[in-house]
Write a protein that binds this ligand. Structure first.
Ligand SMILES: N[C@@H]1[C@@H](O)[C@H](O)[C@@H](COP(=O)(O)O)O[C@@H]1O
Length: 260
């Protein structure tokens, strides 16, 4: 696991750089897309590179991490709508180039299985962009999630619904109670994980993710078992890291042969 501590704008450029290099090496790459506020600057930077530097997404595909259950198709907070607005429409992706779990399916377990099959049929995810919840969830894998879980229905915790109420006019009761989410096992199958976290409210989750024991109580800790995980955090989110000085030194003195 590589930990990089830098200002938020720099983190976004680093994350976009990973996607950029992947696309230039593999134009038909599969990109895992996260919602939430953490990846927004990354999407801005990718849109900028698409518009100004000819970064092409024409042959690439996107797979979303998760989706609320039951939000109407035209709801502005439906993750499919958010991803369309924040990234897909800005990099020239046609609707069929981006897939997400179907939170409106009549048979949600069947939709979950179909989504796993779609990811596998696409050859798996090359780079997965991730945020982290204050309780250490990734995608919507709440504390207690099986570390080997696959795409399925989950019940959102009160804390997650309160955290996300800001997107629903501050009304926690307007936040759906259930979601479809890639499992931790699904996420771990991606070839590269790039997680972004900023702000003091993420400091404990980041500490657990990087330095805590691997545990279903802090689901993101499963990333410690991934062979290629990049954790990008600002000073505030790094505030509780015990080895912060070491991560700073290691990054500042990173030899060129280690690659980006
Ligand atoms: N399902 C999403 C996660 O994918 C995201 O990582 C998390 C953190 O959101 P934010 O980046 O806004 O803090 O929120 C939601 O719960």
């Amino acid at each position: 696991m590589e930990v990089v501590i830098a200002p938020a704008d720099e983190l976004a450029v680093l994350a976009a750089g990973h996607v950029d290099r992947l696309l230039r090496r593999k134009p038909d790459a599969v990109i895992g897309l996260a919602t939430g506020s953490s990846p927004l600057k990354v999407y801005d930077e990718l849109a900028r590179r698409h518009a100004e530097e000819g970064l092409s997404f024409a042959r690439a595909r996107g797979f979303m991490l998760d989706e609320y259950v039951g939000l109407p198709a035209d709801h502005p907070e439906r993750y499919r709508t958010v991803i369309e607005k924040e990234i897909a429409s800005r990099v020239g992706w046609a609707p069929e180039q981006v897939q997400g779990p179907d939170g409106l399916a009549a048979d949600l377990p069947a939709a979950s299985r179909a989504y796993e099959q779609a990811i596998a049929a696409a050859g798996g995810v090359d780079v997965q962009i991730l945020g982290i919840g204050t309780d250490g969830h990734i995608a919507f894998n709440e504390p207690g999630s099986s570390l080997a879980s696959r795409t399925r229905v989950k019940t959102l915790t009160r804390q997650t619904r309160e955290d996300n109420a800001r997107f629903f006019g501050g009304d926690v009761d307007a936040v759906p109670t259930h979601c479809l989410t890639q499992g931790l096992g699904t996420i771990m199958d991606a070839r590269h994980l790039v997680l972004l976290a900023t702000g003091r409210q993420k400091a404990e989750a980041v500490h657990q993710l990087v330095e805590g024991p691997v545990s279903a109580m802090w689901p993101a800790t499963i990333m410690q078992m991934h062979p290629h995980a990049t954790v990008l955090v600002d000073d505030a989110a790094a505030g509780r890291l015990q080895l912060a000085d070491y991560y700073r030194e290691a990054y500042a003195s990173k030899p060129a042969w280690q690659g980006l």
